[in-house]
Ligand binder design. Structure first.
Ligand code: ZN
Ligand code: ZN
Length: 364
């Protein structure tokens, strides 16, 4: 059985448990996860004994390459998505239709309800996302590649940083280098934040020059095709101040404490707390204003999350999660260190290999 057939099989168990006859998958990433199809504008109708993708003529060649053998309904120009999908649901005599409540719009649901009188909707959340939590071999391998591409792109872009480089130029260099090393693109618009701008956890790159301050925060990742990486490193381009040294060591200590704690069975709030305790003890508790990390995969922010309130979520082997503590001081700047961690049967493995000791930050 190929990976898509085995994912569909697992999902059928959940559809049965929801007492539905079929699930209409409308979340684009979930369609990709279940079929391998990466194009847009496709719905997958997964019944208890089959699967049909509703797509359109633009994708026929791509579909033959990405998911040969999958049953298709190819819409012709002018044939609309909702009526076509409704015809299929009627033809298959589906009475109880599960839908993805988190991704289907109210307008779409109403349009389907109007066309399919008598069909009962079963609202579901996280059916497919629940499967996506645990990565299989192919997903882990694709993430490893994304981590390597990010590391190579960073090394190459970092070597080209000059006093006159701007945040935007470094961001562009990262994008170019990632593609040179085989990535499809960067995993998300990178953050390159010089000095005080690094106090904004999500700073978009500007024309600010590297030599306008002493250090720069860079948060980037690669998309190896489907799977993503997500890292943050600091680059000291000017004077290495005692304050930078001190804050950096606290963040690094917090990150290492959390990573060493990661293993199956540990709850996600506890991992966050491990890092938070180190930062609080150093007196910077109020300057760490976000959760410790998030899952990555087909999307850059997935479950699980390392944060307060996540004490019911237990780590399992096969999860991939970032660990990214940060300390942000207004009028000075922010320091964050971020790596991607695979939970293994016996503990964890850090997938990202970019050096992160204090001396590694210094641009020679
Ligand atoms: Zn990041
Ligand atoms: Zn992140």
């Amino acid at each position: 059985m190929d990976i898509f057939a085995s994912r569909q099989k697992k999902l059928r168990g959940h559809i049965r448990q929801s007492k539905a006859d079929a699930l209409l998958v409308t979340n684009h990433y979930n369609v990709t996860y279940l079929t391998g199809f990466t194009g847009e504008d496709a719905y997958l109708l997964l019944t208890l004994d089959g699967a049909t993708l509703v797509t359109d003529r633009r994708f026929t060649i791509q579909l033959a390459e990405e998911c040969p053998g999958l049953a298709l309904i190819v819409r012709e120009p002018g044939q609309m998505m909702i009526p076509t999908t409704c015809e299929l649901i009627q033809k298959l005599k589906i009475d109880r239709l599960a839908i993805e409540a988190a991704s289907m719009s109210v307008a779409t649901q109403q349009a389907i309800a109007e066309k399919l009188e008598g069909v009962q909707f079963v609202l579901t959340t996280d059916l497919v996302e629940g499967l996506r939590l645990i990565k299989d071999k192919t997903e882990i391998e694709a993430t490893r590649i994304a981590c390597e591409q990010a590391a190579k792109a960073f090394a190459a872009a970092r070597a080209l940083i000059r006093p006159a480089s701007t945040e935007k130029e470094i961001a562009a260099e990262l994008e170019y280098q990632a593609r040179r090393f085989g990535a499809k693109r960067l995993a998300f618009p990178p953050i390159v934040a010089v000095g005080t701008r690094s106090a904004l956890p999500h700073a978009p790159p500007t024309d600010k020059r590297i030599d306008s301050d002493d250090f720069t925060l860079i948060d980037w990742g690669a998309d190896s095709g489907l799977y993503l990486s997500d890292l943050t490193r600091m680059v000291v381009t000017g004077r290495l101040s005692p304050k930078f040294k001190k804050v950096y060591q606290v963040v690094l200590e917090a990150q290492l404490a959390a990573i060493s704690f990661i293993k199956p069975g540990v709850n996600c709030e506890q991992v966050d707390k491990r890092a938070r305790d180190v930062i609080e003890k150093a007196g910077y508790g109020s300057n760490f204003g976000h959760g410790l990390g998030h899952g990555t995969g087909l999307q850059i922010h997935e479950s699980p999350r390392f944060a307060k309130g996540q004490d019911k979520v237990l780590l399992e082997a096969g999860m991939i999660v970032t660990v990214e503590p940060g300390i942000y001081l207004d009028d000075w700047g922010g320091i964050r260190i971020e790596d991607d961690i695979l939970v293994t049967k016996s503990g964890c493995e850090v997938l990202t290999s970019v050096p992160k000791q204090l001396e590694d930050c210094i641009l020679s």
